[in-house]
Design a protein around this ligand. Structure first.
Ligand SMILES: *Cc1c(COP(=O)(O)O)cnc(C)c1O
Length: 356
């Protein structure tokens, strides 16, 4: 039963594109669900929420977000259970983080009801778009941008919040080769590194491209003052298992995105009795552990790629190579545990699944 009082204007497509989706051959980010959710903010209030066929937006060339980057987003995934019913992984946490991003970018909060009930109804209509395959998912992209037509620099008076979806195939992520950044900076104290602001990604393209040209998959960013402490990788938080302890950079310095996958991994590891430390970790400490043979496992976590092992780390001319990532016990267990929770094969003991 739907107990929500949120009034959504629903216009369904007359021509579903679901037949274009080849369940066994999904190329991520290129196909979009039949419908999208859209709501505008004007005169200090959110207007009529709409679910309508996926379609282009139309904007004035003077729309502020295009020029000044007042734009934020989220990334969420929905998975099917054994009966093919969709469940969304921790969307309420994404809603909270979305409003944290909105606050920092001087944008209006999106009410819980619009985000959560809007998401529920959108996925209910487009449930056929959640791939019914192990480790496949429907990627959900909520976003908001400043939509006022005005060339001056000041916070906009108009915003748009929208949600689109895109099917993602079974994810196999090859172990990564990582370049530890010693020149460019992603985030610094007081900046926007801890929120999902569009501009954080625009400015990371060039340094990442440079690293890719040298054969690396991604960059591990370091602090902006000394390039001494590690922060995170592209769109992933980073973990190191040194001896029997797992260490991940803490989120106290406004420079690291508080990943929901990160939090899930920390929760599962601690529950299993593994010691997890959230603190600053320097490249020197990682190098020393490597030389002593104590660097056992290293991996990144994020919604897009779930858990991805790191097999090679390079800082300046020092190279660290970790052997046999496919055999790492802890990461192997984590991947399976997370997949079992997401596909509802084991008890949802942390109430992470939002059923549609
Ligand atoms: C989204 C993101 C992550 C991962 O967050 P999840 O909630 O786990 O998806 C990590 N780092 C950055 C910079 C991100 O944008």
């Amino acid at each position: 039963m739907n107990t929500s009082t949120l009034d959504i204007k629903i216009t369904k497509t007359s021509q579903s594109r679901i037949n274009e989706l080849e369940q066994d051959n999904i190329f991520f980010g290129k196909k979009y669900g039949d419908h999208m959710l859209v709501v505008n903010y004007e005169n200090g209030a959110w207007q009529q929420v709409e679910i309508k066929p996926y379609q282009n937006f139309s904007f004035s060339p003077a729309t502020t977000f295009i020029h000044y980057g007042q734009a934020i987003f989220e990334g969420i995934k929905a998975y099917t259970d054994k009966d093919g019913n969709p469940g969304v992984f921790r969307p309420h946490d994404n809603w909270k983080r979305f409003n944290k991003s909105a606050h920092r970018m001087d944008m209006p909060d999106v009410p819980e009801e619009i985000f959560m009930e809007g998401l529920r109804q959108l996925l209910d209509i487009d449930r056929a778009w959640v791939p019914n395959r192990e480790n496949a998912s429907l990627y959900i992209r909520p976003f908001m941008m400043a939509t006022e037509e005005f060339i001056g620099v000041r916070p906009s008076e108009k915003y748009m919040f929208a949600i689109i979806t895109s099917p993602a195939g079974p994810y196999y992520s090859k172990p990564m080769s990582i370049y530890i950044q010693d020149t460019y900076v992603r985030a610094f104290k007081g900046g926007t590194g801890n929120i999902k602001a569009a501009g954080n990604y625009g400015m990371s393209m060039y340094p990442t491209h440079q690293a890719k040209n040298k054969g690396f998959n991604e960059i591990l960013w370091t602090d902006g003052i000394e390039h001494k402490y590690v922060q995170e990788i592209g769109t992933m938080n980073v973990f190191f298992k040194i001896g029997d302890t797992v260490i991940t950079p803490d989120i106290e310095h406004d420079t690291i995105l508080a990943g929901i996958s990160r939090d899930s991994v920390i929760t599962l590891l601690r529950e299993k009795g593994i010691k997890v430390e959230e603190r600053q970790i320097s490249i020197d400490e990682i190098e020393a552990a490597y030389r002593a043979g104590e660097l056992k496992e290293a991996f990144g976590t994020g919604t897009a790629a779930s858990i991805t092992m790191i097999e090679r780390l390079v800082f300046k001319d020092f190279e660290m190579t970790l052997s046999d990532p496919e055999k790492w016990e802890m990461v192997g267990w984590l991947k399976k545990e997370l997949a079992d929770i997401r596909h509802c094969r084991i008890e949802d003991r942390h109430h992470w699944i939002f059923k549609i």
